[in-house]
Write a protein that binds this ligand. Sequence first.
Ligand code: DX5
Ligand code: ZN
Length: 218
Amino acid sequence: MLKKKLLIAPSILSADFSRLEKEVNSIEKAGADWVHVDVMDGNFVPNISIGPAVTASIKKRTKLPLDVHLMINDPGFYLDDFIAAGSSIITVHCEVSNLNLIKKIKAKLAKHKIKMGISLNPATPLSQIKKFLTYADLVLVMSVNPGFGGQSFMPEVLPKIAQLRKIFKGIIEVDGGITDQTAPLVVRNGADMLVAGSYVFKAQNRTKAIERLRNAGN
Ligand code: DX5
Ligand code: ZN
């Protein structure tokens, strides 16, 4: 049986925003599968980053699908804007969701053929998303406290990834502190998709950096 390809989603949070088009083109050329777009509202997390207008501008400049990670308190309120911006996956945090909201978001995304992701912070137990899992195409496991790029990977999330793999058939994406050292650990525990910000954008050679991450699957 063919092994599933490990998907690599560089986070443009670590890009040089003054030359965003070139940065997005560079990771596309370097072999990225998705562009990870970190949206922060200065409320759910103590940082402010990108909104729907910038997301829509990125969409115009790349063929890669946009993996939009909403670190915001009111994902329902902004959902239409991120659908219109051209997202291919929209991930919301379970810490600010309830079952009703998840069902509503899922129904809307399905209509637009957009994948639904649900994310959980390092301190959030798996039990908090169990009832959401039937609506999720993807679960994004945070391996740092969300808000900033360049933080260190938290190995205590590894058992959570392994437990999730046992009960969830969809895509498991891991986000935060991913390097060539930490990627093999998360892949061994069941990850299908890796987000990497600083590791890819700060690399001398982004093609090689993405290759090294992808080799973590072997
Ligand atoms: C953290 C973001 C991550 C971040 C990852 O709040 O959700 O996507 O950009 O950056 P690195 O790979 O540098 O930890
Ligand atoms: Zn992210």
